[in-house]
Design a protein around this ligand. Sequence first.
Ligand code: ATP
Ligand code: MG
Length: 559
Amino acid sequence: MNNNNLEEKPINFIRHQINDDLDSGLHSAIQTRFPPEPNGYLHIGHAKSICLNFGLAQDYKGKCILRFDDTNPAKEELEFIESIKNDVQWLGFNWNGKVRYSSDYFAKFYQYAIELVNKGLAYVCFLDAQQTREYRGTLKQAGKNSPYRDTPVAKNLLLLEQMKQGKFLEGECVLRAKIDMASPFMCMRDPTLYRIRFDKHHQTGNAWRIYPMYDFAHCISDALEGVTHSLCTLEFQDNRRLYDWILEHLEDFNKASRPHQYEFSRLNLKYTVMSKRKLQQLVERRLVSDWNDPRMPTLSGLRRRGYTPNSIRDFAERVGISKVDAMTDMKILEDAVRDDLNVVAPRTMGVINPIKLIIENYPKNQIETLKAPIHPQNKAMGEREIFFSKELYIDKADFAEVSPNKKFKRLAIGKEVRLRNAYVINATTFDTDSNGNVSTVYATYDPNTLGKNPADGRKVKGVIHFVEATQAIEAEFRLYERLFTLENPSKNEHFEQLINPNSLIIAYGVVEPNMQDVAPETAYQFEREGYFCRDNESADDLVFNKTVALKDTWGLGRG
Ligand code: ATP
Ligand code: MG
């Protein structure tokens, strides 16, 4: 074992492999990479990969590189590059050295393609897409050799050069590896290495008319950078053959210390979609406000919702690394954030659906200042001032004319409750508005119950929260539920029709005056309501996003 803090981490098959490779002396240090394609914002699935790659580099005192896999000029945007860098740093990781791009190596890829052509291991093929499909065969049936497979090397070199110069049209020809049209692995049936694209590339402009395929670019990029363990998700399992084939057939890389690929299972979360393509559809069809809508499983959405980097790293630990495909319960993510926020979030009171409460026996025009702990379990966090007067706000849900059952620990006519951090009150009567809804409740308070139980031994079980009316400030609350009504919406062709209509509910309430200037993204616990943070896109208004409920209510459909 090379490092002490490794012992705290659960061992998984990748760590076993690394330990073996270090023990055998194959590598003296490890290097990993996180290779996002800049075609969307990062999601919680990427966080699993980031925590794995950067986490291993940290634990083994190795290096982890951030490399943008930008081999497809058409789909990629600078906006995504910036957001990805931002999200990786927000999660608490730093990449080694400068940010890399696959496009940094375009000239080298081309030289390696020439090497394969020279060795008779690659050829330019003019079959069209339809023919290529027919020649490829099926899982049950071997493919057929392309008629261009035996073009002499010299001619292939010329054709490749002409492809590069833009002498052919998009789709007219491709460069293919010459491997085995009867291989049981479809990816080994003379896969495409280069295709023609006339789009402008965000890094290289119009310098290139041909672009390498992912399978060709990825292994060579890993090898050029000195990556030792190239970690990817299970759908690339078959492609490992091609990864190995390419590196073994290039002189620079055909050695034991070359990179090796290992696959682990993707993270799938219930009640959401994860692929960037699907997330993009949600944005484009305006089914969510943007990539950072707090209902999105993107890192920017989770951040806006109030998730902390700590909670997401902890979640990645909890789900672990394996080769088993599974749908992860949203509860695991929510438990992680709840456990983090329970420790760090200051407590405050906010009334989400306010009704008035008039304390009949409290003097008019008097405002009392009371002290309340910022965190009842952590006295070191200090105290805050709250106010009390004749007019307060309480939540509509905390009052019933008649106590509906014995478990009801809230306010009802003739039933006492404690106002949190203040006095015991007893409701006397109430008013309704023109719709018959309760608008004002009247009560009396017991002045001898501040911080103590009633002197005559009366038992008061319920506690409800409140905000003093004259000092209260108005706030908007955004309450979220699961985004989809189905556990696995991706399976449905029209997944956008499965959006939960209650996934966002907006309420207008009141909060304590000291909440006026709180910073965006900072977590608070609104006592009895849940964890919230101020929205980072509504700087001028006081808007709070509900991160998660205090207890697990996921089964009830509420987040
Ligand atoms: P998507 O389908 O969401 O676009 P992707 O795999 O195409 O995902 P990339 O940008 O190519 O996205 O991925 C960068 C890295 O993140 C890859 O190594 C990929 O395997 C990993 N990754 C992507 N999605 C997940 C996931 N759901 N769970 C774990 N790792 C993931
Ligand atoms: Mg992709």
